[in-house]
Design a protein around this ligand. Sequence first.
Ligand SMILES: [Zn+2]
Ligand SMILES: [Zn+2]
Length: 488
Amino acid sequence: MPILMILLLTAACLPVPWPRPFESLDASTIVAIAGAFVLGSVLLSIGGCLRVLREIPKDRGAAASLYFRLRKRFALVQLWGTVALVLSGWGWAVRELASDAEGVLAPFAELLVPGPYLLMLLANWIVWFFAERALQAAGTSTQPFWSLPAYVLHQARQFVLLLFLPVLLIATQQTISRHDPELAHSTPYQVASFCWAFALLLLLPLFVKPILGLKRMPNGPIREQLSATATRMRFRYSDWLLWPTRGLIANAMIIGVLPQARFVIFTDRLLEAFDPPELDAVLGHEIGHARHGHIPYYFGFLILSSVVGGALLNYLESLRLLPDDFDDYGLLVGVFGLGVYIFVVFGFLSRVCERQADIVGAKAGSCADPNCEGHTPETELIEGGHAICPTGVRAMARALELVMHLSGLDRPQAGSVRQWLFAWWKSWQHGPPSHRIDFLLSLLEQPHRAARHDRFAFRVRAGLIAILLATLIGTATLIGWEEFFAQL
Ligand SMILES: [Zn+2]
Ligand SMILES: [Zn+2]
Protein backbone atom coordinates (compact mmCIF):
# COMPACT_ATOMS: atom_id res chain seq x y z
CA MET A 1 0.00 0.00 0.00
CA PRO A 2 2.63 2.58 -0.96
CA ILE A 3 0.08 5.36 -1.62
CA LEU A 4 -1.31 5.25 1.92
CA MET A 5 2.21 4.91 3.32
CA ILE A 6 3.37 7.96 1.36
CA LEU A 7 0.40 9.88 2.75
CA LEU A 8 1.15 8.86 6.34
CA LEU A 9 4.84 9.72 5.97
CA THR A 10 3.89 13.04 4.34
CA ALA A 11 1.46 13.79 7.16
CA ALA A 12 4.21 13.10 9.70
CA CYS A 13 6.50 15.63 7.97
CA LEU A 14 3.95 18.48 7.79
CA PRO A 15 4.50 21.65 9.86
CA VAL A 16 1.88 20.73 12.45
CA PRO A 17 1.92 21.82 16.12
CA TRP A 18 1.79 18.22 17.36
CA PRO A 19 -0.14 17.82 20.61
CA ARG A 20 1.34 17.23 24.04
CA PRO A 21 -1.38 15.29 25.86
CA PHE A 22 0.78 14.31 28.86
CA GLU A 23 2.14 17.64 30.03
CA SER A 24 3.99 16.08 32.96
CA LEU A 25 6.30 14.18 30.58
CA ASP A 26 9.28 16.21 29.39
CA ALA A 27 10.93 15.80 26.00
CA SER A 28 13.72 13.51 27.17
CA THR A 29 11.25 11.13 28.86
CA ILE A 30 9.28 10.93 25.62
CA VAL A 31 12.47 10.17 23.70
CA ALA A 32 13.14 7.35 26.16
CA ILE A 33 9.60 5.99 25.66
CA ALA A 34 10.03 6.11 21.86
CA GLY A 35 13.36 4.29 22.22
CA ALA A 36 11.72 1.62 24.37
CA PHE A 37 8.97 1.18 21.78
CA VAL A 38 11.48 0.73 18.95
CA LEU A 39 13.56 -1.69 21.04
CA GLY A 40 10.49 -3.68 22.11
CA SER A 41 9.33 -3.98 18.52
CA VAL A 42 12.77 -5.17 17.38
CA LEU A 43 12.81 -7.81 20.15
CA LEU A 44 9.33 -8.92 19.08
CA SER A 45 10.57 -9.33 15.49
CA ILE A 46 13.59 -11.33 16.67
CA GLY A 47 11.26 -13.62 18.63
CA GLY A 48 9.04 -14.05 15.55
CA CYS A 49 12.02 -14.78 13.34
CA LEU A 50 13.27 -17.46 15.75
CA ARG A 51 9.80 -19.09 15.72
CA VAL A 52 9.87 -19.24 11.91
CA LEU A 53 13.41 -20.67 11.93
CA ARG A 54 12.32 -23.41 14.38
CA GLU A 55 9.30 -24.27 12.23
CA ILE A 56 11.16 -24.59 8.88
CA PRO A 57 12.71 -28.07 9.43
CA LYS A 58 9.32 -29.43 10.57
CA ASP A 59 7.07 -28.01 7.84
CA ARG A 60 8.31 -25.49 5.28
CA GLY A 61 4.83 -24.57 4.05
CA ALA A 62 3.55 -23.87 7.56
CA ALA A 63 6.72 -21.88 8.30
CA ALA A 64 6.21 -19.76 5.18
CA SER A 65 2.64 -18.88 6.10
CA LEU A 66 3.68 -18.19 9.71
CA TYR A 67 6.35 -15.87 8.31
CA PHE A 68 3.90 -13.93 6.12
CA ARG A 69 1.36 -13.74 8.97
CA LEU A 70 3.85 -12.44 11.54
CA ARG A 71 5.31 -9.86 9.17
CA LYS A 72 1.86 -8.50 8.35
CA ARG A 73 0.89 -8.36 12.01
CA PHE A 74 4.13 -6.72 13.16
CA ALA A 75 4.01 -4.20 10.30
CA LEU A 76 0.57 -3.05 11.49
CA VAL A 77 1.76 -2.79 15.11
CA GLN A 78 4.80 -0.75 14.04
CA LEU A 79 2.82 1.55 11.78
CA TRP A 80 -0.06 2.34 14.12
CA GLY A 81 2.24 2.30 17.15
CA THR A 82 4.27 5.10 15.53
CA VAL A 83 1.09 7.05 14.75
CA ALA A 84 0.07 6.76 18.42
CA LEU A 85 3.59 7.77 19.50
CA VAL A 86 3.59 10.89 17.29
CA LEU A 87 0.17 11.96 18.57
CA SER A 88 0.99 11.35 22.21
CA GLY A 89 4.05 13.60 22.43
CA TRP A 90 6.80 12.37 20.10
CA GLY A 91 5.85 14.93 17.42
CA TRP A 92 5.97 17.68 20.04
CA ALA A 93 9.29 16.45 21.47
CA VAL A 94 10.96 16.57 18.03
CA ARG A 95 9.94 20.23 17.63
CA GLU A 96 11.08 20.97 21.17
CA LEU A 97 14.52 19.39 20.78
CA ALA A 98 15.34 20.20 17.14
CA SER A 99 14.31 23.88 16.98
CA ASP A 100 16.67 26.85 17.42
CA ALA A 101 16.12 29.74 19.87
CA GLU A 102 13.60 31.42 17.52
CA GLY A 103 11.59 28.21 17.28
CA VAL A 104 12.66 27.43 13.70
CA LEU A 105 13.04 23.72 13.13
CA ALA A 106 16.48 22.54 11.94
CA PRO A 107 16.77 21.59 8.23
CA PHE A 108 15.17 18.22 7.46
CA ALA A 109 14.34 17.67 11.15
CA GLU A 110 10.75 16.85 10.18
CA LEU A 111 12.09 13.49 9.01
CA LEU A 112 12.64 12.68 12.71
CA VAL A 113 8.86 12.63 13.30
CA PRO A 114 8.38 9.36 11.37
CA GLY A 115 11.91 8.40 12.51
CA PRO A 116 10.90 5.56 14.90
CA TYR A 117 9.05 3.87 12.07
CA LEU A 118 12.00 4.24 9.69
CA LEU A 119 14.32 2.75 12.32
CA MET A 120 12.03 -0.24 12.83
CA LEU A 121 11.86 -0.71 9.06
CA LEU A 122 15.65 -0.91 8.89
CA ALA A 123 15.73 -3.32 11.84
CA ASN A 124 13.07 -5.49 10.11
CA TRP A 125 15.25 -5.93 7.05
CA ILE A 126 18.16 -7.12 9.16
CA VAL A 127 16.14 -9.41 11.44
CA TRP A 128 13.90 -11.02 8.82
CA PHE A 129 16.80 -11.59 6.45
CA PHE A 130 17.63 -14.78 8.37
CA ALA A 131 14.08 -16.15 8.08
CA GLU A 132 13.88 -15.34 4.36
CA ARG A 133 17.25 -16.91 3.66
CA ALA A 134 16.32 -20.12 5.52
CA LEU A 135 12.92 -20.27 3.80
CA GLN A 136 14.53 -19.94 0.39
CA ALA A 137 17.16 -22.59 1.20
CA ALA A 138 14.36 -25.02 2.16
CA GLY A 139 12.30 -24.14 -0.92
CA THR A 140 12.47 -25.01 -4.60
CA SER A 141 14.24 -21.92 -5.94
CA THR A 142 17.66 -22.68 -7.37
CA GLN A 143 18.98 -19.16 -6.92
CA PRO A 144 21.60 -18.41 -4.27
CA PHE A 145 20.25 -15.93 -1.69
CA TRP A 146 21.57 -12.41 -1.05
CA SER A 147 24.27 -11.71 1.49
CA LEU A 148 23.00 -9.59 4.40
CA PRO A 149 24.40 -6.24 3.08
CA ALA A 150 23.14 -6.96 -0.45
CA TYR A 151 19.73 -7.86 0.96
CA VAL A 152 19.52 -4.63 2.96
CA LEU A 153 20.57 -2.68 -0.14
CA HIS A 154 17.91 -4.48 -2.19
CA GLN A 155 15.21 -3.47 0.33
CA ALA A 156 16.57 0.05 0.71
CA ARG A 157 16.42 0.64 -3.06
CA GLN A 158 12.67 -0.04 -3.20
CA PHE A 159 12.14 2.02 -0.09
CA VAL A 160 14.02 4.99 -1.56
CA LEU A 161 12.14 4.86 -4.85
CA LEU A 162 8.62 4.34 -3.52
CA LEU A 163 8.57 6.13 -0.18
CA PHE A 164 11.63 8.13 0.62
CA LEU A 165 12.06 10.14 -2.59
CA PRO A 166 8.58 11.74 -2.43
CA VAL A 167 8.93 12.45 1.29
CA LEU A 168 12.42 13.89 0.83
CA LEU A 169 11.06 16.30 -1.80
CA ILE A 170 8.43 17.50 0.67
CA ALA A 171 10.99 17.91 3.46
CA THR A 172 13.27 19.88 1.10
CA GLN A 173 10.43 22.17 0.10
CA GLN A 174 9.56 22.76 3.76
CA THR A 175 13.15 23.35 4.78
CA ILE A 176 13.42 26.05 2.09
CA SER A 177 10.15 27.71 3.09
CA ARG A 178 11.25 27.70 6.75
CA HIS A 179 14.69 29.14 6.26
CA ASP A 180 13.97 31.46 3.32
CA PRO A 181 10.22 32.27 3.44
CA GLU A 182 10.64 35.19 1.02
CA LEU A 183 12.13 33.00 -1.69
CA ALA A 184 9.53 30.27 -1.12
CA HIS A 185 6.65 32.71 -1.64
CA SER A 186 8.03 34.30 -4.81
CA THR A 187 6.26 33.40 -8.05
CA PRO A 188 9.41 32.34 -9.98
CA TYR A 189 10.28 29.86 -7.23
CA GLN A 190 6.76 28.41 -7.24
CA VAL A 191 6.65 28.12 -11.04
CA ALA A 192 10.12 26.55 -11.07
CA SER A 193 9.25 23.99 -8.41
CA PHE A 194 6.07 23.04 -10.24
CA CYS A 195 7.97 22.54 -13.54
CA TRP A 196 10.68 20.61 -11.74
CA ALA A 197 8.13 18.25 -10.17
CA PHE A 198 6.49 17.70 -13.56
CA ALA A 199 9.82 17.02 -15.30
CA LEU A 200 10.78 14.63 -12.50
CA LEU A 201 7.59 12.69 -13.10
CA LEU A 202 8.24 12.34 -16.85
CA LEU A 203 11.89 11.42 -16.33
CA LEU A 204 11.24 9.02 -13.44
CA PRO A 205 11.58 5.91 -15.67
CA LEU A 206 15.21 6.87 -16.33
CA PHE A 207 15.99 6.98 -12.59
CA VAL A 208 14.23 3.73 -11.81
CA LYS A 209 16.84 1.64 -13.63
CA PRO A 210 19.86 2.67 -11.48
CA ILE A 211 17.85 3.04 -8.25
CA LEU A 212 16.42 -0.49 -8.38
CA GLY A 213 19.54 -1.94 -10.01
CA LEU A 214 17.65 -3.17 -13.09
CA LYS A 215 19.44 -4.93 -15.94
CA ARG A 216 18.68 -5.35 -19.60
CA MET A 217 16.75 -8.60 -20.06
CA PRO A 218 19.19 -11.05 -21.71
CA ASN A 219 18.54 -12.19 -25.28
CA GLY A 220 16.86 -15.56 -25.50
CA PRO A 221 13.55 -17.32 -26.03
CA ILE A 222 11.73 -15.41 -23.25
CA ARG A 223 12.70 -11.99 -24.55
CA GLU A 224 11.77 -13.05 -28.11
CA GLN A 225 8.40 -14.37 -27.00
CA LEU A 226 7.58 -11.21 -25.02
CA SER A 227 8.63 -9.00 -27.95
CA ALA A 228 6.41 -11.02 -30.30
CA THR A 229 3.46 -10.65 -27.92
CA ALA A 230 4.05 -6.91 -27.58
CA THR A 231 4.16 -6.55 -31.38
CA ARG A 232 0.99 -8.61 -31.72
CA MET A 233 -0.70 -6.39 -29.11
CA ARG A 234 0.66 -3.28 -30.93
CA PHE A 235 2.40 -2.06 -27.82
CA ARG A 236 5.43 0.25 -28.08
CA TYR A 237 8.21 0.45 -25.47
CA SER A 238 11.91 1.22 -25.29
CA ASP A 239 13.35 -1.88 -23.59
CA TRP A 240 12.75 -5.03 -21.54
CA LEU A 241 14.38 -4.94 -18.12
CA LEU A 242 15.11 -7.63 -15.60
CA TRP A 243 14.84 -6.93 -11.88
CA PRO A 244 17.19 -9.32 -10.02
CA THR A 245 15.57 -10.02 -6.63
CA ARG A 246 17.13 -13.44 -6.00
CA GLY A 247 13.70 -14.97 -6.15
CA LEU A 248 12.13 -12.64 -3.56
CA ILE A 249 9.56 -10.79 -5.64
CA ALA A 250 7.19 -12.04 -8.33
CA ASN A 251 6.07 -8.94 -10.14
CA ALA A 252 5.96 -7.17 -13.47
CA MET A 253 5.33 -3.55 -14.32
CA ILE A 254 5.52 -0.97 -17.05
CA ILE A 255 6.99 2.38 -16.13
CA GLY A 256 6.79 5.47 -18.25
CA VAL A 257 3.95 7.05 -20.18
CA LEU A 258 5.86 7.98 -23.35
CA PRO A 259 6.92 4.99 -25.53
CA GLN A 260 10.40 6.59 -25.90
CA ALA A 261 10.98 6.30 -22.14
CA ARG A 262 8.85 3.29 -21.32
CA PHE A 263 10.32 0.14 -19.81
CA VAL A 264 8.71 -3.21 -19.17
CA ILE A 265 10.12 -4.79 -16.02
CA PHE A 266 9.93 -8.42 -14.97
CA THR A 267 11.43 -9.83 -11.77
CA ASP A 268 13.59 -12.95 -11.89
CA ARG A 269 11.07 -14.91 -9.79
CA LEU A 270 8.29 -14.20 -12.25
CA LEU A 271 10.35 -15.30 -15.26
CA GLU A 272 11.39 -18.44 -13.38
CA ALA A 273 7.98 -19.48 -12.03
CA PHE A 274 5.64 -18.62 -14.93
CA ASP A 275 5.21 -20.63 -18.14
CA PRO A 276 5.07 -18.81 -21.53
CA PRO A 277 1.23 -18.43 -21.70
CA GLU A 278 1.22 -17.08 -18.12
CA LEU A 279 3.99 -14.61 -18.99
CA ASP A 280 1.92 -13.43 -21.96
CA ALA A 281 -1.05 -12.96 -19.64
CA VAL A 282 1.02 -10.91 -17.18
CA LEU A 283 2.41 -8.78 -20.01
CA GLY A 284 -1.11 -8.42 -21.42
CA HIS A 285 -2.34 -7.19 -18.03
CA GLU A 286 0.36 -4.48 -17.97
CA ILE A 287 -0.36 -3.58 -21.61
CA GLY A 288 -4.02 -3.30 -20.58
CA HIS A 289 -3.12 -0.54 -18.10
CA ALA A 290 -1.22 1.31 -20.83
CA ARG A 291 -3.85 0.77 -23.51
CA HIS A 292 -6.67 2.10 -21.34
CA GLY A 293 -4.51 5.04 -20.19
CA HIS A 294 -4.93 4.15 -16.51
CA ILE A 295 -1.80 5.82 -15.16
CA PRO A 296 -2.32 9.29 -16.74
CA TYR A 297 -5.97 9.04 -15.70
CA TYR A 298 -4.97 8.25 -12.08
CA PHE A 299 -2.69 11.30 -12.02
CA GLY A 300 -5.34 13.60 -13.48
CA PHE A 301 -7.95 12.18 -11.13
CA LEU A 302 -5.80 12.64 -8.00
CA ILE A 303 -4.73 16.18 -8.94
CA LEU A 304 -8.32 17.20 -9.75
CA SER A 305 -9.50 15.59 -6.51
CA SER A 306 -7.03 17.55 -4.39
CA VAL A 307 -7.96 20.82 -6.12
CA VAL A 308 -11.64 20.13 -5.44
CA GLY A 309 -10.87 19.10 -1.85
CA GLY A 310 -8.90 22.30 -1.25
CA ALA A 311 -11.69 24.45 -2.73
CA LEU A 312 -14.29 22.71 -0.55
CA LEU A 313 -12.19 23.29 2.60
CA ASN A 314 -11.82 26.98 1.66
CA TYR A 315 -15.55 27.28 1.14
CA LEU A 316 -16.30 25.72 4.54
CA GLU A 317 -13.79 28.09 6.10
CA SER A 318 -15.43 31.13 4.46
CA LEU A 319 -18.74 30.05 6.00
CA ARG A 320 -16.95 30.02 9.40
CA LEU A 321 -18.02 26.41 9.84
CA LEU A 322 -14.55 25.31 10.89
CA PRO A 323 -13.04 25.73 14.38
CA ASP A 324 -10.66 28.66 15.00
CA ASP A 325 -7.49 26.63 15.39
CA PHE A 326 -8.25 24.89 12.09
CA ASP A 327 -5.36 26.71 10.38
CA ASP A 328 -2.89 24.86 12.61
CA TYR A 329 -4.25 21.46 11.77
CA GLY A 330 -5.84 22.20 8.38
CA LEU A 331 -3.04 20.57 6.40
CA LEU A 332 -3.21 17.45 8.54
CA VAL A 333 -7.00 17.23 8.21
CA GLY A 334 -6.57 17.68 4.44
CA VAL A 335 -4.06 14.82 4.21
CA PHE A 336 -6.19 12.61 6.44
CA GLY A 337 -9.30 13.34 4.34
CA LEU A 338 -7.30 12.61 1.20
CA GLY A 339 -6.26 9.27 2.73
CA VAL A 340 -9.83 8.21 3.41
CA TYR A 341 -10.88 9.43 -0.04
CA ILE A 342 -8.06 7.51 -1.71
CA PHE A 343 -8.88 4.37 0.22
CA VAL A 344 -12.59 4.48 -0.65
CA VAL A 345 -12.99 6.25 -4.00
CA PHE A 346 -9.59 5.67 -5.60
CA GLY A 347 -9.59 2.09 -4.28
CA PHE A 348 -12.88 1.43 -6.07
CA LEU A 349 -11.65 3.08 -9.28
CA SER A 350 -8.39 1.17 -9.17
CA ARG A 351 -10.16 -2.17 -8.72
CA VAL A 352 -12.40 -1.44 -11.70
CA CYS A 353 -9.29 -0.66 -13.79
CA GLU A 354 -7.43 -3.76 -12.58
CA ARG A 355 -10.28 -5.91 -13.82
CA GLN A 356 -10.11 -4.12 -17.15
CA ALA A 357 -6.38 -4.92 -17.30
CA ASP A 358 -7.08 -8.57 -16.38
CA ILE A 359 -9.40 -8.78 -19.38
CA VAL A 360 -6.64 -7.53 -21.71
CA GLY A 361 -4.33 -10.06 -20.02
CA ALA A 362 -6.76 -12.83 -21.03
CA LYS A 363 -7.01 -11.44 -24.55
CA ALA A 364 -3.22 -11.39 -24.97
CA GLY A 365 -3.21 -15.19 -25.20
CA SER A 366 -6.52 -15.67 -27.00
CA CYS A 367 -7.27 -17.18 -30.40
CA ALA A 368 -10.28 -16.55 -32.65
CA ASP A 369 -12.18 -19.64 -31.50
CA PRO A 370 -14.51 -18.74 -28.57
CA ASN A 371 -14.83 -22.46 -27.71
CA CYS A 372 -11.21 -23.57 -28.13
CA GLU A 373 -9.87 -26.31 -25.89
CA GLY A 374 -6.20 -25.43 -25.79
CA HIS A 375 -3.53 -24.10 -28.12
CA THR A 376 -0.74 -25.72 -30.11
CA PRO A 377 2.37 -23.88 -31.36
CA GLU A 378 0.49 -23.53 -34.68
CA THR A 379 -2.56 -21.80 -33.16
CA GLU A 380 -2.78 -18.27 -34.45
CA LEU A 381 -3.45 -15.73 -31.74
CA ILE A 382 -5.52 -12.64 -32.42
CA GLU A 383 -3.73 -9.50 -33.65
CA GLY A 384 -4.23 -6.52 -31.36
CA GLY A 385 -5.91 -8.79 -28.80
CA HIS A 386 -9.47 -8.01 -29.79
CA ALA A 387 -11.03 -11.37 -28.94
CA ILE A 388 -11.22 -13.58 -25.89
CA CYS A 389 -11.01 -17.39 -25.76
CA PRO A 390 -11.11 -19.93 -22.88
CA THR A 391 -7.39 -20.75 -23.13
CA GLY A 392 -6.44 -17.06 -22.77
CA VAL A 393 -8.80 -16.69 -19.81
CA ARG A 394 -7.37 -19.77 -18.08
CA ALA A 395 -3.79 -18.54 -18.55
CA MET A 396 -4.63 -15.20 -16.89
CA ALA A 397 -6.43 -16.98 -14.03
CA ARG A 398 -3.45 -19.32 -13.53
CA ALA A 399 -1.08 -16.34 -13.48
CA LEU A 400 -3.15 -14.67 -10.74
CA GLU A 401 -3.34 -17.91 -8.76
CA LEU A 402 0.46 -18.12 -8.91
CA VAL A 403 0.91 -14.47 -7.86
CA MET A 404 -1.42 -15.12 -4.93
CA HIS A 405 0.55 -18.20 -3.92
CA LEU A 406 3.97 -16.56 -4.29
CA SER A 407 3.01 -13.51 -2.23
CA GLY A 408 1.65 -15.65 0.58
CA LEU A 409 -2.00 -14.67 0.18
CA ASP A 410 -4.55 -17.38 0.89
CA ARG A 411 -7.99 -17.66 -0.58
CA PRO A 412 -10.25 -16.44 2.26
CA GLN A 413 -12.28 -19.33 3.74
CA ALA A 414 -15.90 -19.29 2.65
CA GLY A 415 -18.02 -17.80 5.43
CA SER A 416 -15.14 -16.21 7.36
CA VAL A 417 -16.04 -12.53 7.51
CA ARG A 418 -12.75 -11.70 9.25
CA GLN A 419 -10.61 -13.33 6.55
CA TRP A 420 -12.74 -11.77 3.86
CA LEU A 421 -12.38 -8.29 5.38
CA PHE A 422 -8.64 -8.80 5.80
CA ALA A 423 -8.30 -9.90 2.16
CA TRP A 424 -10.00 -6.67 1.08
CA TRP A 425 -7.97 -4.49 3.43
CA LYS A 426 -4.79 -6.12 2.19
CA SER A 427 -5.65 -5.61 -1.48
CA TRP A 428 -7.80 -2.47 -1.47
CA GLN A 429 -6.02 -1.26 -4.59
CA HIS A 430 -6.26 -4.43 -6.70
CA GLY A 431 -9.03 -6.46 -5.15
CA PRO A 432 -8.26 -9.88 -3.62
CA PRO A 433 -6.76 -12.16 -6.31
CA SER A 434 -9.34 -14.84 -5.48
CA HIS A 435 -12.08 -12.38 -6.41
CA ARG A 436 -10.36 -11.48 -9.67
CA ILE A 437 -9.88 -15.15 -10.54
CA ASP A 438 -13.58 -15.86 -9.94
CA PHE A 439 -14.50 -13.04 -12.33
CA LEU A 440 -12.12 -14.34 -15.02
CA LEU A 441 -13.46 -17.88 -14.74
CA SER A 442 -17.00 -16.55 -15.07
CA LEU A 443 -15.97 -15.35 -18.55
CA LEU A 444 -15.73 -19.01 -19.63
CA GLU A 445 -19.50 -19.27 -19.40
CA GLN A 446 -20.40 -15.63 -20.09
CA PRO A 447 -17.74 -14.06 -22.36
CA HIS A 448 -19.99 -11.02 -22.94
CA ARG A 449 -19.21 -9.89 -19.37
CA ALA A 450 -15.79 -8.70 -20.63
CA ALA A 451 -17.27 -6.08 -22.96
CA ARG A 452 -19.87 -5.21 -20.32
CA HIS A 453 -17.15 -4.53 -17.78
CA ASP A 454 -15.31 -2.27 -20.26
CA ARG A 455 -18.48 -0.22 -20.70
CA PHE A 456 -18.95 -0.10 -16.93
CA ALA A 457 -15.33 1.06 -16.46
CA PHE A 458 -15.84 3.79 -19.02
CA ARG A 459 -18.97 5.04 -17.23
CA VAL A 460 -17.19 4.97 -13.84
CA ARG A 461 -14.23 6.97 -15.15
CA ALA A 462 -16.32 9.51 -17.04
CA GLY A 463 -18.80 9.77 -14.15
CA LEU A 464 -16.10 10.47 -11.56
CA ILE A 465 -14.57 13.24 -13.67
CA ALA A 466 -18.04 14.72 -14.26
CA ILE A 467 -18.82 14.74 -10.52
CA LEU A 468 -15.44 16.32 -9.71
CA LEU A 469 -15.81 19.01 -12.39
CA ALA A 470 -19.37 19.81 -11.29
CA THR A 471 -18.23 20.15 -7.66
CA LEU A 472 -15.32 22.31 -8.76
CA ILE A 473 -17.48 24.67 -10.83
CA GLY A 474 -20.13 24.81 -8.11
CA THR A 475 -17.66 25.63 -5.33
CA ALA A 476 -15.70 28.13 -7.44
CA THR A 477 -18.93 29.95 -8.32
CA LEU A 478 -19.88 30.09 -4.65
CA ILE A 479 -16.53 31.48 -3.45
CA GLY A 480 -16.02 33.55 -6.64
CA TRP A 481 -13.66 32.55 -9.45
CA GLU A 482 -11.10 35.25 -8.69
CA GLU A 483 -10.82 34.09 -5.09
CA PHE A 484 -10.68 30.47 -6.28
CA PHE A 485 -7.68 31.12 -8.57
CA ALA A 486 -5.98 33.21 -5.89
CA GLN A 487 -6.16 30.25 -3.46
CA LEU A 488 -4.94 27.83 -6.07
ZN1 LIG B 1 -2.51 -4.10 -12.56
ZN1 LIG C 1 -8.04 -20.21 -27.89
